[in-house]
Ligand binder design. Structure first.
Ligand SMILES: *[C@@H]1O[C@H](CO)[C@@H](O)[C@H](O)[C@H]1NC(C)=O
Ligand SMILES: *[C@@H]1O[C@H](CO)[C@@H](O)[C@H](O)[C@H]1NC(C)=O
Ligand SMILES: *[C@@H]1O[C@H](CO)[C@@H](O)[C@H](O)[C@H]1NC(C)=O
Length: 435
């Protein structure tokens, strides 16, 4: 399906001519937030395969992770992408100027890795950097290499590209990110496109135009890299919800905010904090890209990441990102994500550090419509409560740095069909009115 060089050149020229001033990224991909595994947070730029053969960035790591994804129940739940990050390539391009994988660490080549991953029913992601070097010091994709590198990735059978932004200027990024979108399109291969562009521009208007971004990229990193700590999770959370008026309307099918990887299963989060990251990322309609060692993951971390109802909520077809709707002086916060079929997800989150906190509220206080009755399912315990009326007071016990997460379905509809209003509003690209 890859066009010949000449056809490609023509296709690109036509695309560029037709593209101005902007081209919509309607590649049909990432209709729900991408799910999978990404090497970076857990495995970084560990290239010392002599000292650490099991954990270095090598084809072996990706072969082994693909086996785990296929065999341990991840793939059937939707975790589909297995993504290489930085430090996979040789330090030099080849004589034809093509990127090549490090010959010692990836002796079979990326094409063989893609074939292996595809045979397991998975998809392969790769990493590039719009700049003179990648963040880790490997060859970058300067503007004159954009088309060639897109072509190389397509020929290898890559399904997703994360394009980082180290060592490039604001001007190069403004030119290069849309150019890569056109170059990927011109290959004819469906490739999900993840842009780090906004993270390099502070993530906010006026420097970042989210309308343009949604036309160029399928997902984008808005903010700092996640680290293996609760402080890091909280700083990301604070930034995303402080700026929710800007960020929330930018997300939708085909175009997502990306608060970065799930670090569940690693070293920095407690059990409660792990459950919180999963719930809060889900309410944000965030990509679920795990970065952990699937060969040694604990049963409790696996259970959090494999929660079916959680994944169903994350992957809701409406693709509406949730919002923080309550911030109490008691350090309790409430988040709401509207879902299809008039359902909703609520997350009650505690920033307290003392003991489980009994939080009392009602759906009326959370701006649910009058006269409705709900069936509530606790997403972690599975417990179902029927007949909760909008006006009923209820209490939830929220553990320190933990969450209670609810999935609510109306069993008796309100007089005012608010969900219809919400869905129509979303369809027109407007903000859901009651949120
Ligand atoms: C390229 O863009 C066109 C127009 O948006 C779209 O219909 C097509 O699916 C895209 N192809 C690929 C491979 O992304
Ligand atoms: C973003 O870009 C679009 C398309 O070029 C433009 O219409 C819009 O005014 C810009 N938004 C902001 C906030 O600058
Ligand atoms: C719910 O609690 C409030 C006080 O916060 C009280 O005024 C109200 O009557 C209670 N509603 C019901 C239905 O018990």
């Amino acid at each position: 399906m890859v066009p010949s060089g000449v056809a490609l050149a023509v296709a690109v020229a036509v695309a560029v001519a037709l593209a101005l001033p902007s081209v919509a990224l309607e590649n049909g991909l990432a209709r729900t937030p991408p799910m999978g595994w990404l090497a970076w947070e857990r495995f970084r730029c560990n290239v010392d395969c002599r000292a650490d053969p099991h954990n270095c960035i090598s084809e072996r790591l990706f072969f082994e992770m693909a086996d785990r994804m296929a065999e341990d129940g991840w793939r059937v739940l939707g975790y589909q992408y297995i993504n290489i990050d930085d430090c996979w390539s040789a330090k030099q391009r080849d004589a034809a100027g093509r990127l090549v994988p490090d010959p010692e660490r990836f002796p079979s080549g990326i094409r063989a890795l893609a074939d292996y991953v595809h045979a397991k029913g998975l998809k392969l992601g790769i990493y590039g950097d719009l700049g003179s070097l990648t963040c880790g010091g490997y060859p970058g994709t300067t503007l004159d290499y954009v088309k060639q590198d897109a072509q190389t990735f397509a020929e290898w059978g890559v399904d997703m590209l994360k394009l980082d932004g180290c060592y490039s200027s604001e001007h190069e990024q403004a030119k290069g990110y849309p150019e890569m979108a056109r170059a990927l399109n011109a290959t004819g291969r469906p490739i999900v496109y993840s842009c780090s562009w906004p993270a390099y521009q502070g993530g906010l208007p006026p420097k970042v135009n989210y309308t343009i971004l949604a036309e160029v990229c399928n997902l984008w990193r808005n903010y700092d890299d996640i680290q293996d700590s609760w402080d890091s999770v909280l700083s990301i959370l604070d930034w995303f919800f402080t700026n929710q008026d800007v960020l929330q309307p930018a997300a939708g099918p085909g175009h997502w905010n990306d608060p970065d990887m799930l670090i569940i299963g690693n070293f920095g989060l407690s059990y409660e904090q792990s459950r919180s990251q999963m719930a809060l990322w889900t309410v944000m309609a965030a990509p679920l890209l795990m970065s952990t060692d699937l060969r040694t993951i604990s049963p409790s971390a696996k259970e959090i990441l494999q929660n079916r109802l959680m994944i169903q909520i994350n992957q809701d077809p409406l693709g509406i990102q949730g919002r923080r709707i309550v911030k109490e002086k008691t350090l309790i916060e409430v988040f709401l994500r509207p879902l299809s079929q008039a359902a909703s997800a609520l997350v009650f989150f505690s920033r307290r550090t003392d003991m489980p906190f009994l939080y009392t509220t009602s759906l009326a206080k959370l701006h649910f419509p009058e006269d409705a009755v709900y069936e509530v399912q606790d997403v972690y315990s599975g417990k179902i409560t029927s007949g909760l009326k909008t006006g009923d007071n209820f209490s939830v016990a929220i553990n320190p740095s933990g969450v209670v997460m609810w999935y609510l379905r109306p069993t008796a509809l309100p007089v005012q069909p608010w969900h219809v209003v919400r869905e129509q509003a979303h369809g027109k690209g407007l903000r859901p009115i009651l949120l």
